[in-house]
Structures are given as structure tokens and as C-alpha cells.
Design a protein around this ligand. Structure first.
Ligand code: GLN
Length: 308
């Protein structure tokens, strides 16, 4: 098969998506995110076979990963308690916005999946129950996946969300009323707000997601984090649930399992081949990066590397 000129393709994609600046809006419901300069773009690809990295734009610049962190929390929870995670959260797409409360009432507080806020709060609860120091251990885990000990929580983003995340407070108490949360609600929210405030670059994210492209094994250390089956399950959940009420469109246009965050990041993988991260802060009405979606669509079209 012909060699794919990844660097050239990424640079071309940057040129193609930059005219789309201004088509979305930076998340403003978390005050600290409102301060981010909107017209920024970065993309980074890491290949499984030779660990080669290709990037374009400001790929070393850290940003708030927000809901992309739900994947890290899920990997950690699955590595600790295995299949029992899926007794606490479902595996079906919600078709609703990430912070919707509606379904929960009808479904007795059982979250549709671990990648919407309700499900992520239950995963936080699982981590609190099975780890001695969940915040530190989650941070260490992400640093280990990304092979970067400098990754940290952004305290100003954590505080900003603590002051304004009323819907998440409502949701956590609602879950508690259905006895879906075992621990103290404040501790669950504290862990959740911290994980959302993790600050990482596209290069970090692309490297960290490689574990899901490599059947659960960390590439640089050879550490087995998940079984191939556990890794497959998380990828399938990303495919069907990673983009909330735009999961179908992401699958249709891009065709990779992935996860977005309201910081404007998206990480996606192709099993056995690569992981890719993209960032641009302006969001569409579903809370997904406008340029990020277009960039990934161009990428899988230009390379022919979607999973379909
Ligand atoms: N911290 C954000 C929230 O809970 C995460 C949302 C997202 O990235 N979709 O509202």
C-alpha cells in the first residue's frame, strides 16, 4: 500500500478548516472557558506501529479537556472493577445533550452511558469507592498514559465549574435520590470537576489515547491496562455515545470512535493503527468543536482510514 503523507495531509487540513473560524462559539457556561482565544487550531496524530507523531498548529498547547476526561475515568474504573462498571452505567446512546436530566427521571436514575454527565458522575463514584486517593490516582494514571508528568488540573477551571455547575449539582443529587451514588455527593462532584479541568495538549491526548488503539496496552511501557475485550468495549461506547446527540453525525462524517469536550478538543482512534487529537475552541450547538469535526472528516476522507 502506498505510504500516506500524514504531515502533508495535516498541514492541508489546517489550511482547509481555518476559514471556518467564527462559525461556532466558545463554551461560555463555564466562565473560565469564556476567556479562551477562539481562533486556535491544533491536530496531532500518533501511529501505533512506529509511534511516529505528526502535528500541525499549536499541538503542544494545553487546553481544558473537559468531557474527554470521561474516557480516562472509564478506563481506570474498568481496569479496577472490570465488567461491573456496566452494572452501574448503561451502554446505550442517549440522543440527548450531555447534561440532560430528562431521561434520568424516566429510567430511575440509571445513566444511559458513562460518557454523558450522569454516567460520568457514577463513574466518579465508582473511583471513590475503589481508590484510596482518587484525585491523585486519576491524575497519575493520565500522566502515565500520556507519558507526561507535567499534566495537571487547572485550578481556575475547577473553581469556575464549582461555582457555576448547578446542573451537575442537580444531577448528582438526583442520582443520589435513586441510590445510584454510594459516596458523599460533594466528593463525587469534586472528583468530577477536577477531572474535567485536566489541562492537556493535542500531543498529550493523542499519546494517551493510544492505549485504546493498542488493545489496552500502553505503548511506551508495555503495561497492560485493559484486556483487548475491555478496550473494544470502551471504543464501541465512544463510537455510539462519544458525541451526545451528534454521535450519529460524527460516525457518518468521520467514522472513528472518539470523544469530544466543551473545551473544543476531540480525541479519536483507529484500532491497531493510530490515535488522533484535534482542538479548536469554537463549538457547534451540540457542544462539539466545529473545526475539529471538519478536520477529522477531512482526515478520514483523505487517508481512507475510517473504521467503516
Ligand atoms: N465539565 C463540563 C460539564 O460538566 C463537561 C461537558 C463537556 O465537555 N461536554 O458541563
Amino acid at each position: 500500500m502506498r505510504d500516506i503523507k500524514y504531515q502533508q495531509i495535516l498541514d492541508e487540513i489546517k489550511g482547509r478548516v481555518e476559514p471556518l473560524y467564527g462559525r461556532g462559539q466558545v463554551a461560555d457556561y463555564i466562565p473560565e472557558l469564556r476567556k479562551v482565544k477562539p481562533h486556535q487550531f491544533a491536530m496531532c496524530l500518533t501511529c501505533v506501529n512506529d509511534k511516529a507523531q505528526y502535528s500541525t498548529g499549536c499541538a503542544e498547547k494545553p487546553f481544558s479537556i473537559q468531557s474527554i476526561s470521561k474516557v480516562f475515568a472509564l478506563i481506570l474504573a474498568a481496569s479496577k472493577i472490570g465488567e461491573r462498571v456496566y452494572q452501574r452505567v448503561g451502554i446505550e446512546p442517549s440522543g440527548d445533550p450531555f447534561n440532560s436530566l430528562v431521561q434520568l427521571e424516566h429510567e430511575q436514575g440509571f445513566p444511559r452511558n458513562p460518557l454523558i454527565n450522569a454516567g460520568a458522575l457514577v463513574v466518579s463514584d465508582i473511583l471513590i469507592s475503589c481508590l484510596d486517593d482518587p484525585k491523585t490516582q486519576l491524575l497519575d494514571f493520565v500522566r502515565r498514559l500520556a507519558n507526561n508528568s507535567k499534566i495537571n488540573f487547572d485550578a481556575s477551571v475547577t473553581d469556575s465549574e464549582k461555582k457555576t455547575g448547578f446542573r451537575n449539582y442537580a444531577m448528582a443529587y438526583f442520582l443520589k435520590s435513586f441510590e445510584r451514588i454510594e459516596n458523599c455527593v460533594d466528593d463525587v462532584l469534586d472528583l468530577y470537576f477536577h477531572q474535567c479541568s485536566l489541562s492537556m495538549s493535542c500531543s498529550d491526548l493523542s499519546y494517551a489515547f493510544l492505549v485504546l488503539a493498542n488493545r489496552g496496552v500502553i505503548m511506551h511501557s508495555g503495561d497492560k491496562i485493559l484486556t483487548p475485550s475491555q478496550s473494544k468495549r470502551i471504543n464501541s461506547i465512544m463510537q455510539t455515545c462519544g458525541f451526545y446527540d451528534q454521535a450519529g453525525e460524527f460516525t457518518f462524517r468521520v467514522g472513528l470512535p472518539g470523544k469530544s469536550g466543551v473545551g473544543g478538543g476531540i480525541a479519536a482512534i483507529k484500532p491497531d493503527e493510530f490515535s488522533i487529537a484535534v482542538w479548536s475552541p469554537e463549538l457547534n450547538k451540540h457542544g462539539n468543536s466545529v473545526l475539529g469535526m471538519h478536520a477529522l472528516e477531512h482526515f478520514t476522507t483523505a487517508t481512507g482510514k475510517s473504521i467503516f
